[in-house]
Design a protein around this ligand. Structure first.
Ligand code: MN
Length: 199
């Protein structure tokens, strides 16, 4: 069994002007697809060939000889989660249970924005900013390169790709502008809320 590229949850032009169709063409069509192709090649005819993505990530994390498999598996998982972390007309202040959790554990929406911006802006080089559940408690964290909270026992709730390929065509070096647009116009809070139900 090999993994297939999941459909984007919206048309490629739907996130414009915040993320352009051209960026999604490359990011989804080339980058995400390449991680997937590499992963399928690496696990072919191995004992991981029929396992789930989550199992592969957990079993190969921290094992140097398996870093190629881990990096590609985690990047496949991270990108699918990232597409679902966004929606056209998203962003801004959430409501419902996710808002209550943010108030209770992060000190309110403004504190979330500050922490999430900082996580994205201070991730040196490539990586990801996350909202996660750590034993039921909401936290903001960042991970370098392909690293994924699942590998550390956390439950991902929301992610933002801060690899340059996520924003360079639209924002060049202006990562803070991309982060601003992500928070104000793209976050899919419905998807984030649905992750809370998984624990
Ligand atoms: Mn990416």
């Amino acid at each position: 069994m090999s993994f297939t590229l999941p459909e984007l949850p919206y048309p490629k032009e739907a996130l414009a002007p915040h993320i352009s169709e051209k960026t999604l063409d490359f990011h989804y069509g080339k980058h995400h697809n390449t991680y997937l192709t590499n992963l399928n090649k690496l696990i072919q005819d191995t004992d991981l060939a029929n396992e789930s993505l989550e199992y592969i990530i957990e079993k190969t994390s921290g094992i140097t000889s398996k870093s190629g498999i881990f990096n590609n598996a985690a990047q496949v998982w991270n990108h699918t989660f990232y597409w679902n972390s966004m929606k056209p007309g998203g962003g801004g202040k959430p409501s419902g249970r996710i808002a209550e959790e943010i108030d209770e554990h992060l000190g309110g929406y403004d504190q979330f924005v500050e922490q999430f911006k900082k996580a994205g802006a201070t991730q040196f080089g490539s990586g990801w900013a996350w909202l996660v559940l750590n034993r039921g408690v909401l936290e903001v964290m960042k991970t370098p390169n392909a690293d994924n909270p699942l590998a550390h026992g956390f439950t991902p709730v929301l992610t933002m790709d801060v690899w340059e390929h996520a924003y360079y065509l639209d924002y060049q070096n202006r990562r803070p502008d991309y982060i601003e647009a992500f928070i104000n116009n793209l976050i899919n809070w419905d998807h984030a809320s649905s992750q809370l139900e998984k624990t």
